[in-house]
Design a binder for this molecule. Structure first.
Ligand SMILES: *Cc1c(COP(=O)(O)O)cnc(C)c1O
Length: 411
């Protein structure tokens, strides 16, 4: 008989977005005339930039001709893409990287999950609460946890609550941890970490010999000066941190698929007997065996994000979303709703009015305002009483959604 990986059975069945979909469908089936505005799921809505589309087409045309055909590319991605990323995205931050430290991939969800392949199960892992569910679930799947308790905390994982009380900035864990997941700008809270806060994490990790996974999927949305875009802007980060980046939110690649992972050459971890091993080499080995690279036209499209025409086009779309964020934030505040984020990230994290439970607020918002958002409790127990609205959508829809919320809750 074939046996399954029983860790999968520990996962709680009703995953957040299917449950949202189920409730929205039940509502629209019963109210087919209602105009439902969706500010729930974290997916972009605007088309790819014209310069990106042009490069994408050119890449496909190259494949149509014998002299410019490309077969398997390097598993780590084409050198020309790594080089342009370093030049345009890291150098301006004062961060020096080598192309061998940049691994191009089909997205950072996959990378942040697959990276667990090269690390021992014995590592103690700390994640934020609320959190991007991928970090939690992939650790459960690989067998690093026991069962979940009534609240939804898995045995063996360390949770770092991020609430209004600590301004959504987790405290350093009291117990010793080996791997720490940080995501800034944060999904779901939309909050950022200052240089001082990140320095404290880097110092902690270097002192403990622990590893930071830094998810910078939303770095392009940072609008305030002085907020770090990369963990490597912090002195000492190259000996303790892996950074994940993605073209998904930055340039609308959620359906195209391209991301990158940075592993500095000097980043080490230990064998059981105490020998140092470079994580860059292990990841390279992992990717060379289990991955065959991102398609050539996609990498051409990604490179065009940094081109003279592409860059301002991509920035314009980001500004468009951030104008939505501004409208949501201003509108909710005017209605007397306490909210966070939305300044350096496309997410607004609001405190539910009258202390409502997240799912109760979801139902009320859907039934009375015909607006869909994401219940904070779906991101972890400490998200209870909060709610996420995303800034992806049209100005008209965002304005209308906010008007409806103001009519319902405004003073
Ligand atoms: C959207 C998102 C990503 C990007 O994932 P891709 O696989 O690159 O599309 C990564 N991290 C977080 C927290 C996200 O919200």
């Amino acid at each position: 008989m074939t046996l399954i990986n029983e860790n999968y059975l520990k996962l709680k069945a009703g995953y957040l977005f299917p449950e949202i979909g189920r409730r929205v469908k039940a509502f629209t089936d019963a109210n087919p005339e209602a105009k439902v505005i969706r500010l729930g799921i974290g997916d972009v809505t605007r088309p790819l930039a014209p310069a990106v589309i042009k490069a994408f087409h050119d890449g496909v045309d190259d494949l149509a001709r014998g002299e410019s055909f490309h077969g398997y590319g390097p598993e780590q991605g084409y050198d020309w893409l790594s080089k342009i990323i370093i030049e345009k995205s890291y150098k301006p931050l004062g961060v020096e990287l080598m192309p061998s430290e940049v691994f191009i991939s089909d997205g950072s969800k996959c990378d942040s999950a697959n990276i667990l392949d090269i690390l021992a199960l014995d590592n103690k892992v700390a994640i934020c609460d609320p959190v991007y569910p991928v970090y939690n679930d992939t650790n459960v799947m690989i067998g690093r946890s026991g069962e979940a308790d009534d609240k939804g905390y898995y045995e063996g994982l360390v949770y770092m609550p991020c609430t209004e009380a600590n301004n959504f900035a987790p405290a350093l864990p009291k117990e010793e941890v080996d791997i720490i997941y940080l995501c800034y700008p944060n999904n779901p809270t939309g909050m950022v970490a200052t240089r001082t806060e990140l320095k404290a994490w880097v110092d902690y990790a270097n002192a403990q010999g622990s590893l930071i996974f830094f998810d910078a999927a939303y770095e392009a949305f940072i609008s305030e000066p002085g907020i770090p875009h990369s963990i490597y802007e912090i002195e000492g980060a190259k000996t303790c941190a892996i950074e994940f980046r993605s073209f998904s939110k930055t340039a609308g690649f959620t359906g195209v698929r391209c991301g990158l992972t940075v592993i500095p050459e000097q980043l080490m971890a230990l064998t059981k007997s105490g020998e140092k091993v470079a994580l860059n080499k292990l990841w390279n080995r992992r990717q060379s065996t289990k991955f065959n690279g991102v398609s050539y036209p996609v990498q051409r499209a990604a490179a065009a994000v940094y081109s003279e025409e592409g860059w301002p086009q991509v920035q314009e779309t980001i500004s468009f979303y951030m104008e939505n964020a501004r409208l949501i934030l201003a509108g909710l505040k005017a209605a007397g709703i306490t909210c966070y984020g939305g300044v350096n990230a496309p997410y607004i994290w609001l405190k539910t009015p009258e202390g409502m439970k997240s799912w109760d607020f979801f139902d009320k918002l859907l039934n009375e305002c015909h607006v869909v958002g994401t219940p904070g409790s779906g991101f972890g127990p400490s998200g209870e009483g909060y709610f996420r609205l995303s800034a992806f959508g049209s100005h008209e829809n965002v304005q209308e959604a906010i008007q409806r919320i103001q009519q319902k809750w405004g003073k």
